[in-house]
Ligand binder design. Structure first.
Ligand code: ABU
Length: 476
């Protein structure tokens, strides 16, 4: 059927042309054609979505507008988030996934996808050290962290399944002060509540202080609160720090609670012989989250959670009268009963093709290259008299700032440079806070970024800083 489509007339042929053109343009020119909110809103309002013209020209005009004002996240000057770039093999998976459009719940409607997901998850379990455990695809790190908390709760309190929180003691969950905000959400969604989330202080490199963790665990028990879970982080969002998993594991065993690792970002070091030492102690974790759409550059989303002891997903997710959908017998071929979702995309098709194209050796090379480029960025910061490295560099998060002219507020100065650079469209880098100190967070996660791109980023930053300095001088 496909070869009957006439080139140039079908939406599929036009889509191929758009993809071809965009794939060339997305690494050139500006990272973004910046428009302020109101201006962009007016441009979009001019496109009447309720015209119902059944015209492909109108559809492609809309596509053109979308692409014209979207941030080019595969551009080599895009350093903004914990994901960047484009892996063509995985992109093919994303397009084919939508083309074949199925849902992951049953073997019946997703036969090949069921086998692919099982195969990919088995490989990933080996890489992450959960060979004997189970794994599940999620909508990303936040969802994995939430699921981990539910698994912890239900293992500790089997009555929860039928009786809910009724009759449970006061609980406590422990995370580092630098942990991802999804843990706050997980506390609310699980019904444990934010007041039971204990944020453990970090040291000056961003690592959870295990002396404080021990003290807070004991204080919690003394106050009648039962510890449910300790969550360590492999690669915090701002500094990229790794917690001391071996010590956390010892405390989790002592206080009889679930040990989860949020490795959504930094878990990818598992692919690198040179970097995987950061995960030492993770072999004792009950569960670990990881996102293939972050350091491996698979199109969003590609989240996975690994669990040490099989049977946990069944306990929490396999519920209700599902006879209308799951017709499996003892062979248990359907993956749906073990997920928080019902309808679910075939995210592992992207990962399968990424694997097929690069293999684990390719992933290792990519992670190692990110670390080399990050060392280069760190060296450049240290060599520039007007730049400060603001935190220990762990992996490919680089936190720095410009030293302001005398009398100028450090935070305001750096915020202004970052905003000006963003609006220029030359480079896009993120901003975050370490305590009350603003930091510029540079993330190297695009497989196509080169040394020249890193140097060019700092050239852009320094030129923009100089221009802000002159503006301030003129105002003074
Ligand atoms: N979990 C998504 C984090 C996004 C970011 O910090 O870039």
């Amino acid at each position: 059927m496909l070869n009957q489509i006439q080139l140039g007339t079908s939406p599929y042929a036009q889509l191929a042309k758009v993809m071809e053109r965009y794939s060339e343009e997305r690494t050139r020119g500006k990272v973004v054609d910046y428009q302020d909110y109101a201006t962009l809103q007016n441009k979009l309002k001019a496109l009447d979505i309720n015209e119902g013209k059944q015209s492909w020209d109108t559809v492609w005009d809309m596509v053109e507008t979308y692409l014209s004002y979207s941030v080019k996240t595969a551009h080599p000057q895009y350093f903004n988030q914990l994901w960047a770039g484009q892996s063509e093999a995985a992109l093919v998976g994303s397009v084919i996934e939508s083309l074949a459009n199925t849902s992951m719940y049953t073997y019946e409607v997703a036969p090949v996808a069921t086998l692919i997901e099982t195969e990919v998850l088995n490989r990933l379990k080996d890489v992450f050290g959960f060979e004997q455990g189970e794994a599940q695809v999620t909508t990303g790190g936040s969802n994995s962290n939430y699921l981990a908390l539910l698994l912890a709760l239900h293992r500790q309190y089997p009555t929860l399944k039928h009786q809910g929180m009724h009759g449970l003691p006061k609980l406590a969950v422990f995370v580092s002060a630098d942990a991802h905000y999804s843990m706050d959400k997980a506390m609310v969604m699980s019904g444990i509540g934010l007041d039971s989330l204990v944020k453990v202080p970090v040291d000056d490199t961003g690592v959870m202080r295990t002396d404080e963790l021990e003290r807070l665990l004991q204080a919690s028990v003394d106050n009648g609160r039962v510890p449910v879970s300790i969550i360590g982080t492999a690669g915090t969002t701002v500094r990229g720090a790794f917690d001391d998993f071996a010590s956390i594991a010892t405390l989790a065993a002592e206080f009889n609670c679930w040990f989860h690792i949020d490795g959504a970002w930094g878990g990818a070091v598992a692919f690198s012989k040179a970097q995987k030492h950061f995960l030492t102690g993770s072999e004792h974790a009950d569960s670990l989250s990881w996102d293939g759409h972050k350091m491996l550059g698979v199109p969003l989303m590609c989240g996975v959670i690994f669990v040490r002891e099989p049977g946990n997903f069944d306990r929490v997710c396999n519920l209700g009268d599902t006879s209308y959908i799951f017709h499996q017998g003892a062979e248990r071929q359907d993956l749906g009963p073990y997920s928080l979702q019902c309808g679910r995309r075939v995210d592992m098709l992207k990962m399968w093709l990424e694997y097929t194209y690069f293999g684990e050796a390719g992933f290792e090379q990519r992670i190692d290259t990110f670390m080399q480029l990050s060392a280069l960025a760190e060296n450049r910061i240290q060599a520039e008299p007007t730049l400060d490295l603001q935190a220990k560099r762990w992996i490919n998060n680089i936190c720095f700032r410009s030293v302001p002219p005398s009398g100028v507020d450090l935070n305001e100065y750096n915020k202004r440079i970052r905003e000006k650079l963003y609006q220029s469209g030359d480079s896009l880098v993120n901003v975050a806070y370490l305590d009350d100190q603003l930091t510029i967070r540079l993330i190297i996660a695009n497989k196509d970024v080169t040394k020249q791109d890193i140097e060019q980023f700092f050239d852009h930053w320094l030129m923009t800083a100089e221009s802000v300095r002159k503006e301030l001088q003129q105002c003074a």
